[in-house]
Design a protein around this ligand. Structure first.
Ligand code: S3P
Length: 180
């Protein structure tokens, strides 16, 4: 079961960036759910939202998760909303280990401002103050789901968080070995 690690957290928390580094350093494969969904549909996330709606996108996320449950030795960057819909969080915890990258609204805002906000349909059109308000409100709602994670990691910078995630994976392996 510990062969699948799901990185969960708000948009901009670094699930993709950090997940790729962790996968490289641990020898796991890496999957980004948003990229999987985009390649399956042949259009961007923003286009899926605008052409087919959020409900359709959330269904695609569920189907994508179910496919991932068949893979082994994989680090998964989930989309920020994945844990918060249907029974996804319970399914994730039954089929692997979840790691919540827990950043403050201010940290998330700074990180998101270095990205193209129009690629994230929930954020496009927000100005500076609007972005912080949106993050603060939505994070408070979503923390109900994110806090169900098996592990929670925090940190001032990417390197600290990467080391913490790798420590979690290493210690899970040591525990598994000690059962034999
Ligand atoms: C979303 C997060 C996005 C993407 C979509 C919706 C969300 O992924 O799945 O725009 O509901 O939080 P990232 O967390 O990778 O930005």
């Amino acid at each position: 079961m510990g062969d699948r690690y799901f990185l969960i957290g708000f948009m901009g928390s670094g699930k993709t960036t950090l997940g790729k580094v962790v996968a490289e350093k641990t020898g796991y494969s890496f999957i980004d759910m948003d990229r999987e969904i985009e390649s399956g549909e042949g259009i961007s996330i923003a286009q899926i939202f605008s052409k087919k709606g959020e409900k359709y996108f959330r269904q695609l996320e569920k189907e994508c998760l179910n496919r991932i449950f068949n893979l082994k030795k994989v680090i998964v960057a989930t989309g920020g909303g994945v844990p918060c819909f249907a029974d996804n969080m319970e399914q994730i915890n039954s089929n692997g280990k979840s790691i919540y990258i827990n950043l403050t609204p201010q940290q998330l805002k700074v990180r998101l401002q270095t990205t193209d906000l129009t690629s994230r349909p929930l954020l496009s059109g927000l100005d500076d103050a609007g972005l912080l308000d949106f993050i603060t409100d939505r994070l408070a709602e979503r923390n109900v789901f994110y806090s169900k994670a098996n592990f929670i990691v925090e940190g001032e910078n990417d390197d600290i968080i990467i080391d913490k995630i790798i420590d979690i994976i290493d210690s899970e392996h040591q525990q598994q070995r000690s059962y034999f």
